[in-house]
Design a protein around this ligand. Structure first.
Ligand SMILES: Cc1cc2nc3c(=O)[nH]c(=O)nc-3n(C[C@H](O)[C@H](O)[C@H](O)COP(=O)(O)OP(=O)(O)OC[C@H]3O[C@@H](n4cnc5c(N)ncnc54)[C@H](O)[C@@H]3O)c2cc1C
Length: 426
């Protein structure tokens, strides 16, 4: 049996990792490097050597059980550390820390804190979120806790997570999120990170697949061949590869472009959002002690993430900060303009928040992709894609799978890859 996996991100690597030795497995990734959204830059360190840093900011949560087990299984457990990643909100010209109940009390009007507490308690008491799939999060928040809680607390969060899609997001998504993220304790939430970067996990998974006799190769899949309702093969860089089974991990709209028959009918209509994420190498730190800053001001990005306020700067020899924005329209300035123009746009906003920022910049990188996250809009609950399709031999696993709802994550894609392999009866 020959299985070809389209996409060498975590879902594709996880599925290949689970396929038994002796099975012919080929992972095809269009980029020169595996890892997809979780891949890294290799940056020349200021003193000597180089270090890896994710192209998009990444950390993990205590509940990411399967990812944590996998890291341990691969002998990388010693690299995993749990650190406090402090959160702040920028409004009224200042940064307001918002990690602990006391800090939230200082930053928000007392009435808002009482209403927010009520909202969290109510959200946690809701066991079945399905009836909330057709209501927007905005509507539910305003009805439950009022406009002020929406504007002061949730709006910056939704903007940083969904950009211009913030008003389309469903209440079912919000309820699921509150359930998994609201137990932060009195000192704030601890977040996990693999010292040296998640690149080590991707490399270990790739090595493991190769050691079992599988392949992880670079190639662009342009067509899936189907005949009489069964998978026959695929076209990679113009060449036909015959196979019995395909696991597609690419976004549904990419899949639609490379296959003639629709494996799941009109349900494959999940909309995704794009991301434009800049990484700045800096001479000095910018914020005192904030890792993640949500922003209420009018700037062309939704969040600023000072990585070296989470992981010690000594790991890199220089300060690192991400500046990021989500977008929907592939024709928008953040996706279409030249890299320098996007960086210039971000620098203008950064100067507004942190006067003198520009002088601290040593270098920058910009990563942009169109399909970086499904938009958890109203009705999304009914669109989640199954692992097995109605085309014989065609399977799906990725950010669109049930394992990645309500939060697409590295853990979710790993679980999706594992469950897809299980569904194949292996
Ligand atoms: C800005 C950002 C921040 C994030 N932060 C976190 C975080 O803090 N914690 C966390 O757990 N998760 C985070 N994530 C989510 C996490 O990175 C993803 O959920 C996960 O990596 C997705 O893996 P995947 O394999 O499902 O998809 P992808 O990584 O998208 O993999 C799909 C792969 O398919 C390849 N491909 C596409 N088309 C073709 C083709 N035609 N032929 C061959 N290959 C193709 C792509 O190049 C890609 O490598 C973040 C993601 C982003 C974008």
């Amino acid at each position: 049996m020959k299985t070809v996996i389209i996409g060498g991100g975590l879902a594709g690597l996880a599925a290949a990792y689970k396929l038994p030795a002796g099975e012919e497995v080929v992972v095809i990734e269009k980029e020169p490097q595996a890892g997809g959204m979780a891949s890294s830059y290799s940056i020349k360190a200021p003193n000597s050597g180089s270090y890896n840093i994710e192209k998009y900011y990444h950390h993990i949560f205590a509940g990411d059980k399967e990812l944590i087990s996998l890291i341990e299984e691969l002998g990388l457990g010693g690299r995993l550390e749990w650190l406090r990643g402090s959160t702040g909100y920028f409004f009224g010209g200042n940064i307001h820390p918002m990690n602990t109940p006391v800090e939230i009390l200082k930053a928000l009007p007392l009435m808002d804190v009482a209403r927010l507490t009520w909202l969290v308690l109510k959200a946690k008491s809701i066991k079945d979120t399905a009836p909330f799939d057709d209501i927007t999060a905005k509507e539910w928040i305003i009805n439950t806790a009022g406009e002020s809680v929406y504007n002061n607390f949730f709006l910056p969060l939704l903007s940083s997570k969904f950009g211009e899609n913030k008003e389309r997001v469903s209440a079912a998504w919000l309820l699921g999120r509150v359930r998994i993220r609201s137990n932060r304790g009195t000192k704030g939430e601890r977040l996990g990170y693999m010292r040296g970067g998640f690149n080590a996990l991707i490399e270990k998974m790739t090595d493991n697949i190769r050691n079992k006799g599988g392949y992880v190769i670079q190639g662009n899949v342009s067509r899936i061949e189907v005949a009489a309702g069964s998978v026959r093969g695929l076209t990679v860089d113009g060449k036909l590869i015959r196979c019995d089974r395909i696991i597609s991990t690419v976004s549904p709209h990419t899949l639609k472009k490379i296959i003639d028959v629709q494996p799941l009918g009109p349900d494959m209509n999940i909309s995704y959002q794009g991301t434009a994420c800049a990484l700045f190498g800096l001479k000095e730190k910018v914020m005192e002690d904030v890792y993640w800053l949500n922003i209420k001001e009018d700037v062309p990005f939704g969040a600023v993430i000072e990585h070296t306020n989470f992981i010690p700067v000594s790991d890199y020899g220089e300060h690192l900060m991400y500046v990021t924005s989500y977008f929907q329209d592939p024709g928008c300035v953040l996706f279409k303009s030249g890299e320098e123009d996007v960086i210039e746009l971000y620098l203008g906003g950064l100067e507004k928040l942190f006067p003198g920022f520009r002088k601290k910049v040593k270098w920058w990188r910009l990563r942009r992709d169109m399909d970086t996250a499904p938009v958890y809009e109203t009705g999304y609950g009914k669109k989640v894609l199954p692992y097995k399709t109605n085309i014989k031999g065609l399977y799906l696993a990725g950010m669109f799978s049930e394992a990645n709802y309500p939060e697409r994550s590295m853990n979710g894609s790993i679980v999706a890859g594992f469950r897809c392999a299980e569904t194949m009866g292996l």
